[in-house]
Design a protein around this ligand. Structure first.
Ligand SMILES: [Cu+2]
Length: 259
């Protein structure tokens, strides 16, 4: 039965991939990036800023000013001995995200507005600050945000107080898709494939809320239960999938094209 299901899923997926090949790839309905700006174009970078992260739970510099519309390349250096990350967001987004990290410490992010950096390494974020106001950043490794590992980018000439805290994260969960092909107990989540890594049996999906994991929409790297699941998939495909925690990882257990 498993095999039959898989074969069906794969063949349907193949047809769907073809259909979507030149289709739209907006898929922005779960994006919470709009409130803080957007992924920057490397060709439009006007300034490079090095941000150092330390085990004293600080960013240096912790306050950065930017012009509205400016695209900044952050070179993010981890000078400590433990893992750190820089995540851009509104304060509300960062707090929500911090709670999700506590519940799912095994999760691996791949959103454009963040970079996780191992000790001694350097990462990069290219970000365009499209709105004036305050864009916060923080390290969401467990306990680091609470310890004060945060900072802000002040965009434009307006004072911080003059800018209302806008936030695109929906208060109410988006209606859950009806479970169909996968196990009846786990609802399927909608998503768009960003990257496929066959060698490491991993798939990066920009996804909606994953109810069974109590996780809001974001872009994440998942393991796959069976590498054969990746065969007919490619970046840009819209899918429905289910994911579960298993052996310290978050694993995609079923995936199919969405209509
Ligand atoms: Cu940290």
């Amino acid at each position: 039965m498993q095999l039959n299901t898989l074969v069906t899923v794969l063949s349907v997926t193949f047809l769907a991939s073809t259909a979507f090949a030149s289709g739209d790839h907006a898929g922005g309905h779960h994006s919470d990036a709009g409130a803080i700006g957007q992924l920057g174009n490397a060709a439009k970078v006007t300034r490079t800023i090095t941000v150092v992260m330390t085990d004293t739970m600080r960013f240096s510099p912790a306050e950065i000013t930017a012009k509205q519309g400016e695209t900044i390349k952050f070179v993010v250096k981890n000078s400590g001995k433990i893992k750190h990350e820089m995540v851009l967001g509104t304060e509300k987004q960062l707090k929500e995200h911090n709670e999700v990290m506590k519940k799912n410490p095994e999760m691996e992010h791949a959103d454009d507005n963040m970079v996780t950096v191992l000790p001694g390494n350097t990462g990069e974020i290219i970000w365009q600050f499209t709105k004036s106001g305050r864009v916060n950043f923080a390290c969401l490794q467990p306990g680091h945000y609470e310890a004060g590992m945060k900072g802000a980018v002040i965009v434009g000439g307006k004072t911080m107080a003059a800018v209302p805290a806008t936030d695109a994260v929906p208060e109410k969960p988006v209606a859950a898709p009806v479970a169909s092909v996968a196990s009846a107990s786990i609802a399927m989540t909608e998503g768009e494939i960003r990257k496929i890594d066959k060698d490491n049996k991993k798939i990066t999906i920009k996804h909606g809320e994953i109810k069974n994991l109590d996780m809001p929409g974001m872009t994440m790297v998942f393991q796959v239960k069976d590498p054969a699941m990746l065969e007919a998939l490619k970046a840009g495909d819209k899918v429905m999938f289910s994911a579960e925690k298993s052996a310290g990882a978050i694993v995609v257990t079923a995936i199919q094209p969405s209509k």
